[in-house]
Write a protein of this length. Structure first.
Length: 115
C-alpha cells in the first residue's frame, strides 16, 4: 500500500466513526445527561446513608451479570469484541456483587451485640 491508499483508508474509517456518532447522537446525549445527573444525585447523599445505599446498588448489579451472559450467548463466535466485553462485564459485575455483600455483612456486624 502506498501513502495515498493509507490516507484514504484512514479518512474512510473516520467517516464511519463520524456517521456512527451522527446516527447515535440522541443516545450519546442521554448517556451524558445520565452521567451528570448521577454525579449530582450521589453527591447529595449524606455520608451516613452512602454505604447502605451503595451496598444495595452493588447487589443489584446481578442484572449486569445476567445481561452480559445473554450478550455473550447471543454473540457469534467470531465477534470477539462482544465476547471480550461480555466477559469483562461478567467479571466486574461479579466483583461488584461480592463487594456489595461484603460491605453489607460488615455493616450488619456493627449492629450485633458484643459478647
Amino acid at each position: 500500500m502506498n501513502v495515498l491508499q493509507l490516507y484514504c483508508n484512514k479518512l474512510y474509517n473516520m467517516e464511519q466513526i463520524l456517521n456512527w456518532f451522527v446516527l447515535h447522537q440522541e443516545m450519546i446525549y442521554i448517556v451524558t445527561l445520565m452521567i451528570f445527573v448521577g454525579i449530582e444525585v450521589i453527591g447529595r447523599v449524606p455520608s451516613v446513608l452512602h454505604t447502605p445505599l451503595m451496598s444495595g446498588a452493588n447487589a443489584i448489579h446481578g442484572v449486569v451479570i445476567i445481561g452480559a451472559i445473554i450478550v455473550m450467548g447471543k454473540a457469534s463466535p467470531d465477534n470477539y469484541l462482544a465476547l471480550i466485553l461480555g466477559f469483562i462485564a461478567v467479571i466486574v459485575g461479579t466483583l461488584n456483587v461480592v463487594g456489595g455483600f461484603v460491605v453489607t455483612d460488615r455493616m450488619l456486624e456493627m449492629f450485633k451485640k458484643k459478647k
